[in-house]
Design a protein around this ligand. Structure first.
Ligand SMILES: C[S@@+](CC[C@H](N)C(=O)[O-])C[C@H]1O[C@@H](n2cnc3c(N)ncnc32)[C@H](O)[C@@H]1O
Length: 397
């Protein structure tokens, strides 16, 4: 990732440089000036750069939480800030192009894009954890009138399948590099024909990490059309029985079980189990009812939240755990007498959000953008909001 090392410099230059800058929007320092964050606006995108003391000088680099997708943008911003601060550069890698292929294909969709999404095809199917993508690619080729959304948390697999989509000139697959357990919330009700869950990781020792759960089934049944179906394939006895029990608890569904039913395409995992002569279980869960439309309104505003003098002392220093989510104010940076930048983590334990809050005497907002609109993020947002508005005499520390 782009970075630059420079000789130590007089940090009092920062204020002057900020006043004259075309790129920097604010400078925020952590307690004891150990770390400085520079707010940057470049080519219409907002993000942060970190300025840290290094063995022989300073390191100017990207910030993980707000990193823009385009590496070129980061490199340009680092070069501009270095120029504006008049840094004496010792070494940098900003002249070279990144060797890692970015998830930049038109078929790669960020989860945020699903808010109010217009779908280009009438029919929609979802595959959870597509791995090598054999099944996903096969289905998409066979059914060009259907859009396939492939969900995969393993980035190299997502990248590899994006390459295959381009190579095979398919226009009906979208790849989403996000946790399937949270993604389904982004889909409208009664939208999907099929959801495939083939050979999910059984997580025998950490069952809370399993894809199949009561809430996943509930969401699946909501997004599936009436008569739509979820298809699970697994080689694990324990997972099969666990899933069956979970499916049976779901109302108004029809559950069908198959053993050693062959598919037209064999996935990489399935091929391995077949070589080992293992039994393969398949379960279909069919929705028998239409679901009501999704009506929950999620609004990530902070309305009355603003900077107060006692805020720094009042915020809890440790993570606050609620049922199913948490909030943690990780670090506070000072921008000016009445403005703070707060780094926080919050939301679900499996897929927490990492964000900054930009807070001054007038208002508060997420920097750079609000979290993904899931109900667990909304619950955590409300907890953040409450903690940021301590009432008289309240002390959370
Ligand atoms: C055992 S592999 C099976 C891959 C493929 N379905 C097959 O049959 O070859 C499970 C895949 O699910 C992905 N995965 C695990 N949990 C996931 C989640 N919560 N959301 C999306 N993908 C997930 C893993 O990264 C992995 O690629």
């Amino acid at each position: 990732m782009p970075h630059l090392k420079a000789n130590p410099f007089d940090t009092s230059r920062l204020e002057q440089a900020l006043a004259e800058s075309q790129t920097m929007t604010f400078v925020a320092t952590s307690f004891g000036n150990k770390e400085t964050l520079i707010g940057v606006e470049h080519c219409g995108e907002e993000f942060l750069l970190q300025l840290k003391p290094d063995e022989n000088g300073v390191l100017l680099k990207y910030d993980k939480v707000t990193r823009p997708l385009k590496v070129a943008l980061l490199k340009e911003a680092i070069a501009l800030v270095a120029q504006e601060l008049d840094l004496e550069i010792l070494s940098s890698n900003i002249a070279f192009s990144s060797s890692k292929a970015a998830l930049s294909s038109q078929y790669f969709k960020k989860i945020e894009a699903f808010e109010g999404m217009v779908y280009p095809k009438e029919k929609l199917c979802v595959e959870v954890g597509f791995g090598s993508g054999r099944h996903l690619l096969y289905q998409a080729k066979k059914n060009p009138d259907t859009l396939y959304i492939g969900l995969e948390i393993h980035t190299p697999s997502a990248q590899q399948v994006l390459g295959q989509i381009e190579l095979q000139q398919l226009d009906n697959i979208w790849v989403v590099n996000y946790d399937a357990r949270l993604f389904l919330e982004m889909l409208p009700s009664n939208k999907c024909e099929q959801i495939f869950v083939h050979f999910p990781v059984p997580w025998d020792k950490k069952p809370h990490r399993r894809v199949i759960s009561p809430s996943f089934i509930e969401e699946s049944m909501r997004v599936l059309k009436k008569d739509g179906q979820l298809e699970l394939r697994t080689d694990s006895d324990a997972y099969f029985w666990y899933a069956l029990e979970t499916f049976f608890a779901s109302l108004k569904t029809e559950v069908t079980v198959y053993k050693n039913k062959a598919l037209e395409v064999t996935s990489k995992y399935e091929a391995r189990w077949l070589r080992q002569e293992k039994d393969i279980y398949e379960v279909h869960v069919r929705t028998l009812l239409e679901s009501p439309p999704k009506t929950e309104v999620i609004d990530f505003n902070f309305n009355e939240v603003k900077y107060t003098d006692k805020l720094k002392e009042c915020l809890p220093q440790k993570a606050v755990i609620y049922e199913g989510y948490f909030v943690h104010f990780e670090r506070i940076y000072t921008i000016s007498k009445h403005a703070l930048l707060i780094k926080c983590a919050f939301g679900s334990f499996d897929r927490p959000e990492h964000k900054y809050l930009l807070l001054d005497a007038q208002s508060c907002r997420y920097f750079v953008s609000p979290p993904v609109k899931t109900s667990v993020n909304f619950q955590a947002h409300q907890a953040l909001k409450a903690l940021l508005m301590p009432s008289e005499g309240e002390d959370y520390v």
